[in-house]
Design a protein around this ligand. Sequence first.
Ligand code: PBG
Length: 325
Amino acid sequence: MPFPLSRPRRLRRSAVLRRMVRETRLSPDNLIAPLFVREGRDQALPIDAMPGVAQLSVDRALKQARELHAAGVPAVILFGIPDTKDASGSQAWNPAAAVQRAVAEIKEHVPDLAVITDVCLCEYTDHGHCGVVCDGVVDNDASLELLARAALSHAQAGADLVAPSDMMDGRVGAIRRALDQAGFDQVAIMAYSAKYASAFYGPFREAAQSAPQFGDRRSYQMDPANGDEALREVALDLEEGADIVMVKPALAYLDLIYRVKQKFACPLAAYNVSGEYSMLCAAGRNGWLDQGLATMEVLTAIRRAGADLIITYFAYEVARELRRV
Ligand code: PBG
């Protein structure tokens, strides 16, 4: 029906009509909040490049977890910042380290909040790479056992899900086997399946003190030019036992969120990463755009593309905003 019979504006005339025909909904249930956990007590060290985000001691992380839960956010993902680093990243599987203690504390005091742990070595190794380095290269197979050890220590602390972000080949299978052998067959895996070598992780590396000390991550993270390869990575992770797959970052990769959801129809997360967060904060602070509106638009677009879950540093304020309206 051409104009004038057809007038799409009829359904945009009022807020109630727009609400009735809205195709995509953003709910607090879609959100996962990242927390950076460090050693010490009663500490919240602000991260320069990420306004409003801080490295938290375990007690303060628990406090934020309570607030997130009260705001309706269903899950947190924990990143650890150790006091000491070494070549193999051994603090990653220390049962008394900050992440493991934070998991136990949160599960004890806020049991309904799902606790996810990021599994990687880059925060824990002195060279800052995501696996062990042998002869100047990141050794894939030697890293698998260490990643599995870290994941197992998170499960032992009580994590509901573990989320390997290292991009070593075969790590989902290695972690699944280690968890199952130790009796943790109910602990789920959220795999960072299509994780790109992205400049948008810049602020995170300050937050987690995890910048590589030599070279970069392009020998294990994906080339931003590749799309089909993301589908192959997702297929492999699902075969190895991933329960949820992820595309990361989100905004420059909406096509892949769409393609992964269309092709695999499985639970899909997208990571609205640190650089995406900081860009909106910076523009908002300069008065160049309305940060609150832009945030809602961005997160809704990530949902529209096909993501069920969004890891975002805006989780708390967005959940509160969604409950207000
Ligand atoms: C660890 C890891 C990174 C992020 C999540 N897990 C950094 C990286 O790979 O360099 C980035 C998250 C963000 O930028 O918000 N490998």
